[in-house]
Design a protein around this ligand. Structure first.
Ligand SMILES: Cc1cc2nc3c(=O)[nH]c(=O)nc-3n(C[C@H](O)[C@H](O)[C@H](O)COP(=O)(O)OP(=O)(O)OC[C@H]3O[C@@H](n4cnc5c(N)ncnc54)[C@H](O)[C@@H]3O)c2cc1C
Length: 354
């Protein structure tokens, strides 16, 4: 859309003329990528990475203003008429011509994208979010530890460092079940050509190596004896993240930055009685962990996104009640506020406007 057209459509006069609908409602009918409010992107092409993972290359509209390598976006797709949002790290660097996200098949949204999304389709994305980014100035020695789809923000950072002709020392320690599950293997080998200091250490946990392939202090000592001198970046399954964080407490890296795709299984049980007032459903808080899980167990289908407290999609009004933040353990009385259901459990009787 040309600059003057965008400014005109974004003016208060045009917005007022469109009321009670939005300018975007009308633009939708004309050109699905045009929007004055949303970042809409066309799927330019799809590349299969492994049997279970695919990369979407996205051409965003003019509302996209760039990102920093390592950040994520919230991607919204429409599946059978219902909009679903999930967070995905960008696996492209800001210097790449197209945005890329790389998705591993898991549940509803990722399965849809990996199996059914088509080039030409439109998706909606949020502005880039998160502080999992390379510091300035760049550290002389980096350690990237990833597992499974946790490789995606590392790919973005490596691409960024390659574009900058980074001359420092990078150790990428990556864990996957087996070589066929590894996303971006060819790309990593290619990246090595432009990054003379990049070393790859791939550990496959289902190769008959058992625990010896898993992260441990002894393994790190052997593979990366100077780990304590390195700025470390960590992204992977909950178990790996937990083990590396514990290690960092005992033998700290120079710095540790983390990106969490999934929360570890909650050990928390709710308490009291939860009333989902609008649905007229009452459930025992003890029958689930988070209020989101409790709602789902009770047959309700609230919208959710990250399930880790990042995206705020699952926020619902709490009328009144005692809640526990499952991340910090903090218990408090909440009243008439929007509450993230995925990271709160009932700590007593709760009434929700749901
Ligand atoms: C910052 C961030 C970045 C991310 N980046 C990437 C990335 O680059 N690549 C990537 O592949 N993924 C990434 N993810 C993960 C991604 O956002 C999704 O969580 C993942 O794709 C699964 O979504 P889904 O819709 O396929 O699965 P869902 O259908 O949402 O299911 C996911 C899990 O939610 C739970 N669940 C779902 N429904 C219920 C229910 N009714 N009751 C109880 N539990 C339920 C289950 O544990 C299930 O395994 C990222 C996540 C975050 C937070």
């Amino acid at each position: 859309m040309a600059d003057y057209a965008w400014r005109f459509l974004n003016s208060w006069a045009v917005r007022a003329l469109c009321y009670p609908r939005t300018v975007d409602d009308y633009l939708d009918a004309l050109q699905p990528l045009w929007s004055v409010d949303e970042i809409r992107a066309r799927i330019h092409c799809i590349k299969r990475e492994t049997a279970d993972a695919a990369s979407l290359y996205l051409q965003p509209n003019r509302n996209w203003h760039g990102h920093r390598a390592g950040q994520h976006v919230e991607l919204t797709v429409e599946i059978e008429g219902v909009r679903h949002s999930r967070c995905f790290s960008l696996s492209s660097s800001p210097t790449d011509p197209l945005l890329r996200i790389t998705i591993k098949r898991n549940g509803r949204v990722s399965r849809y994208i990996v199996e059914r999304a088509q080039a030409g389709e439109r998706v909606v994305i949020s502005p880039p979010r998160g502080s999992f980014v390379l510091p300035q100035p760049r550290p002389a020695k980096l350690l990237m530890i990833s597992g499974g789809s946790g490789i995606t923000p590392m790919l973005a950072m490596l691409r960024q460092l390659q574009a900058e002709r980074y001359q420092g020392d990078i150790m990428l320690l990556h864990y996957d079940a087996h070589p066929q599950a590894l996303i971006g293997h060819a790309e990593l080998l290619e990246l090595r050509k432009g990054l003379p200091g990049l070393r790859l250490q791939l550990c496959f946990t289902r190769e008959g190596l058992g625990d010896s392939a898993r992260f441990s202090a002894a393994q790190l000592e052997t593979l990366v004896p100077d780990a304590a001198d390195r700025a470390a970046f960590l992204c992977g399954p909950a178990g790996l993240m937990e083990a590396v964080r514990r290690h960092h407490l005992e033998r700290p890296f120079r710095a540790l930055s983390t990106e969490q795709f999934v929360l570890p299984a909650l050990n928390v049980r709710g308490e009291g009685e939860v009333l989902f007032k609008r649905s007229g459903v009452v459930a025992s808080g003890a029958s689930a962990g988070s209020l989101l899980e409790l709602a789902e167990r009770s047959g309700l289908t609230p919208r959710y996104g990250c399930r880790t407290g990042i995206c705020h999609t699952c926020k619902h009004r709490i009328i009144e009640g005692w809640v526990r933040d499952v991340r910090s353990g903090e218990v408090r009385r909440a009243r008439d506020e929007d509450l993230q259901l995925c990271v709160h459990a009932a700590a007593g009787d709760v009434q929700l406007d749901l």
